[in-house]
Design a protein around this ligand. Structure first.
Ligand code: XMP
Length: 479
């Protein structure tokens, strides 16, 4: 048997090349996420329940990347997460949330909380605007007032504009009237949209944000290969999801291939990513089934034990190199998923042929990752767990059955991931900036201004154990 050598990030370095770049800002990190979607930075937050829900996806899109909402939610919960992202950064909200004047203030508060908004337009059954309910109207209410009807506390004299108003005119109206929300109405007074001051400010604050054709933040969402995946895909696409990710640990399987074919047949315009695979043959089969990008990585993630449990996997750098050759042949981008611990790893994955990197643990433990903090020895942590870990599976079972699942319910379950804690890291924005800063420097060491140029210039050199040791801080006492 011929046994090939498989390499990963710590086995290699990129050989420095002549560079004419004088500052990192001369580099351009634009890249392709999939056949038809581009990003301004090559970073994707992983579709994991301890990494990506709407707050993470909003932050990623603002920085120029994208977040993939995980699939371990009901269809309606997942759709709500997508809508929160879409609404977060568009200047014009096309279908603002509304409430009836006869509903109670308590219902309104719950609805606002569920949708993550700070105000509701009040409309009659014909859709005509009759008022607006914002934080200002409810902030001073007593608990007993929550029984009141919305019409008793709402603001009635609403300043509105005609649908189709220009951004500058909208800005002027918001400023002149010292208001935060400007409903847009048709000639009959029916609600056609909403412009908010927060969204206008945000649009200016995030000039590199990744956006769809309507100027809204890009967002992806994952689906599985069993059960409700077709219904889920349809609902996610209807909500405006830009890219669907078929998420299965062993992507080179009939289950994955059939799912891709079914989705592409029913929704030919759906931008589809699938994975995970780790071989050229796996990548080619996914491409032939119709995918628009391939997620590469089997057992490479920080919380993965797939290689320990099954003995299967390919060291990540080799997996990327092999799949990227096929990706190049068919012009289908490769996503390197798992094992990125720092900007050096990300740069190596990109230089090896990936167009983007998917990151889990690096982004876990941030303000934007789901889950609450835990304290250990006086330090703050957040839970970060593999989606095939025992407790993730237990959580899913509980959701499915509606009652608390017990360990015995999963007697046959073989976990391929672990539960872990990652130190609390503050906002993800700082992490992304460190990552992109490092990648930009990496480009310049390769004598490249862009990721495709780096891929052309890249020359890897294999390291000895001594070379690896030399690459780390050594012979000093770290502070
Ligand atoms: P990092 O290294 O960024 O990896 O934390 C994130 C990626 O790990 C994968 N993943 C798993 N792999 N068992 C696995 O073998 C699991 O339970 C598991 N959960 C996540 C996934 O590809 C993710 O993007």
């Amino acid at each position: 048997m011929d046994i090939r050598e498989g390499l990963t990030f710590d086995d290699v370095l990129l050989v420095p090349k002549h560079s004419n770049i004088t500052t990192r800002s001369q580099t351009n990190l634009q890249t392709k996420l999939s056949r038809n979607i581009s990003l301004n930075i090559p970073i994707i937050s992983a579709n994991m329940d301890t990494v990506t829900e709407s707050p993470m996806a909003v932050a990623m899109a603002r920085e120029g990347g994208i977040g993939i909402i995980h699939r371990f939610l009901t269809i309606s919960e997942q759709v709500t997460e997508v809508l929160k992202v879409k609404r977060s950064g568009s200047i014009l909200i096309e279908n603002p949330y509304t409430i009836g004047p006869n509903q109670t203030v308590r219902e309104a508060i719950e609805y606002m909380r569920e949708k993550g908004v700070s105000g509701l337009l009040v409309t009659d059954p014909q859709g005509t605007l009759v008022g607006i309910l914002t934080r200002r109207d409810i902030v001073m209410l007593e608990p007993a007032d929550e029984k009141k009807q919305v019409k008793e506390v709402m603001t009635r004299d609403v300043i509105a504009a005609r649908s189709g108003v220009g951004v500058q005119e909208a800005k002027d109206l918001l400023r002149k009237n010292c208001i935060e929300k400007l409903p847009l109405l048709d000639e009959r007074g029916n609600v056609k949209g909403l412009i908010t001051s927060k969204d206008i400010i945000n649009a200016g604050n995030y000039p590199h944000a990744s956006k769809d054709k309507k100027g809204r933040p890009l967002v992806g969402a994952a689906v599985g290969v069993k059960g409700d995946f077709m219904e889920r895909t349809e609902a996610l696409l209807d909500a405006g999801t830009d890219v669907i990710v078929v998420d299965i640990a062993h992507g080179h399987s009939d289950n994955a291939l059939n799912t891709i074919r079914l989705i592409k047949k029913a929704f030919p315009n759906c931008e589809l990513i699938a994975g995970n695979v780790a071989t050229a043959c796996g990548a080619e089969d996914l491409i032939k089934a119709g995918v628009d990008a391939i997620k590469v990585g089997v057992g490479s993630g920080s919380i993965c034990i797939t290689r320990v449990i099954t003995g299967s996997g390919v060291p990540q750098l080799t997996a990327v190199v092999d799949c990227a050759q096929i990706g190049k042949k068919y012009d289908v981008p490769i996503i390197s998923d798992g094992g990125v611990r720092n900007s050096g790893d990300a740069t190596k994955a990109l230089a090896a042929g990936a167009s983007t990197v998917m990151v889990g643990s690096l982004l876990g433990g941030t303000d934007e990752s789901p889950g609450s903090y835990v304290m250990k020895n006086g330090k703050r942590y957040k839970i970060y767990r593999g989606m095939a870990s025992f407790y993730a599976a237990l959580g899913r079972k509980t959701k499915e059955t509606g009652t608390a699942a017990m360990s015995e319910d999963l007697n046959d379950y073989v976990a391929e991931g672990v539960e872990a804690m990652v130190p609390y890291k503050g906002t993800v924005v700082d992490i992304v900036k460190q990552l992109t800063g490092g990648i930009r420097s990496g480009l310049s060491y390769c004598g490249a201004n862009t990721i495709p140029q780096m891929q052309q210039n890249a020359e890897f050199i294999k390291m000895s154990t001594a070379g690896y040791a030399e690459s780390q801080p050594h012979d000093v006492e770290l502070m």
